[in-house]
Design a protein around this ligand. Structure first.
Ligand SMILES: NC(=O)c1ccc[n+]([C@@H]2O[C@H](COP(=O)([O-])OP(=O)(O)OC[C@H]3O[C@@H](n4cnc5c(N)ncnc54)[C@H](O)[C@@H]3O)[C@@H](O)[C@H]2O)c1
Length: 395
């Protein structure tokens, strides 16, 4: 056994001993283990500089077990808004990578949607099933409060409206609250509406008309967003093909909307007009793209391109019109932004409708600049930040 493993085993044994010396012993062992710990701090500024992040905040509370990281990417357009994700990361370095990547994505999503919001995100490290308590979420709320509104939090993977209620006991800088508390409630119907109008714009770009009547559309993932999307598509007279890992969901939707059920990965090779990924990220990799026979991809899932520099151009070469995910799934963010400035459901939907025009503009830019649509969308988002930055340069 290596010395480092022996030390770790010894520390574990000490944890089960009950004499009063054990804390001192564990402390000594921790000191010996210190040099072997991953040195995430050593290059943290290099990581921040890589994509020009403004700030990163590490939050620790031993009593509740809170280990959170808040990353603020860019606040040129407004306060950084982004949800709090609870995830059992394999390492602290993974958590840092994730929060930096996600916060940057929020900057682009807010910018391209024309919102006066910056990009930020938070992660809480640990198993959501065992870690989350009222005290932990409220302690986290305290850390959010300390940022004085530079960061606004919301729900994300493994956090719920209830968790945000706890956060709200300690800070006002939180959105995604229930309607009974003046919030916007579940954002999924608004997200689905944005995906629907984005899809119509992409179909218009390819077929010369945005009608979905008779169009064959394959939807992967019939969850909160996919379910609402199916309703919109059915109303327009689309022919639907669906897949999900939940058999009950499939039965329900095939019965109610006459959708054809497809099993697992078969969804990629279907001879359809539109493919709508509404389940997982990174599904557009080289293997799956090679199977695709659709003309349009327009779905809700975040980060659909496994590697945007490889798979963005690959879709372009294949002649598939890809509606950038961070553009067409922004309805949820538009909805919580409304909550931030004073909630009005109608305004949230009418602002979400603007996704249609922006999607058309992105396809035009992609052709004019000969770049893939994800790149065209990123450039447009960056341009708005640059332009607005100059607005404040004079008194
Ligand atoms: N909810 C929102 O407002 C919102 C906003 C922006 C982006 N998104 C993104 O959209 C996607 C869907 O979000 P949601 O809120 O509907 O989530 P959800 O968890 O309600 O639904 C996901 C669905 O996908 C299914 N699924 C999981 N793995 C699958 C697989 N391998 N094959 C097929 N189906 C699978 C699940 O069973 C579930 O029905 C996610 O990627 C999410 O990040 C959601």
């Amino acid at each position: 056994m290596k010395p480092i493993e022996m030390l770790k085993k010894l520390r574990l044994i000490m944890c089960f001993k009950s004499n009063s010396l054990r804390y001192y012993e564990i402390w000594k062992i921790n000191l010996l283990l210190q040099p072997f710990k991953p040195k995430i701090m050593s290059d943290i500024f290099a990581q921040l500089q890589k994509h020009d992040h403004e700030q990163i905040v590490f939050c620790q509370d031993e009593y509740t077990g809170l280990k959170a990281i808040i990353a603020i990417h860019n606040t040129v357009l407004g306060p950084g808004l982004g949800g709090t994700r609870v995830w059992n990361y394999t390492s602290e370095a993974d958590a840092v990578n994730d929060v930096l990547r996600l916060s940057r994505g929020m900057t682009y999503k807010a910018s391209i949607s024309g919102l006066n919001l910056g990009g930020a995100k938070a992660v809480i490290i640990g198993d959501a099933k065992t870690l989350k308590t009222e005290a932990l979420m409220r302690k986290f709320g305290r850390f959010v409060e300390n940022l004085n509104g530079k960061y606004i939090t919301a729900e994300d993977v493994n956090t719920t409206t209830r968790d945000m209620e706890y956060v709200n006991m300690e800070t006002d800088h939180v959105v995604g609250l229930p309607e009974s508390m003046g919030g916007g409630g579940d954002p999924s119907p608004v997200t689905a509406y944005g995906v629907f109008v984005g899809m119509k714009a992409a179909v218009n770009h390819v077929f010369g008309s945005d009608s979905l009547a008779g169009k064959k559309i394959a939807v992967q993932g019939i969850g909160k967003v996919g379910g609402h999307l199916i309703e919109y598509l059915h109303k327009e007279g689309a022919e639907l093909f669906i897949t999900d890992i939940n058999e009950d969901t499939l039965k329900k939707y095939s019965k109610e909307f006459g959708a054809t059920v497809v099993s697992g990965d078969d969804i990629y090779g279907l001879d359809v007009d539109v493919f709508a990924p509404c389940a997982l990220g990174a599904i557009l990799d080289s293997v799956n793209i090679n199977k695709l026979r659709c003309k349009v991809i327009a779905g809700a899932a975040n980060n659909q391109l496994a590697d945007e520099n490889i798979h963005g151009p690959m879709l372009m070469d294949k002649g598939i019109a890809y509606a950038p995910d961070f553009l067409i799934n922004a309805g949820g963010l538009i909805n919580v932004y409304q909550e931030h400035i004073g909630y009005n459901r109608e305004t949230a939907f009418s602002n979400t409708e603007k996704i249609y025009d922006t999607t058309l503009a992105i396809f035009k830019k992609s052709i004019a600049d000969k770049v893939h649509t994800q790149k065209a969308a990123t450039e447009l988002a960056e341009k708005r930040i640059h332009d607005i930055m100059r607005v404040g340069s004079t008194y």
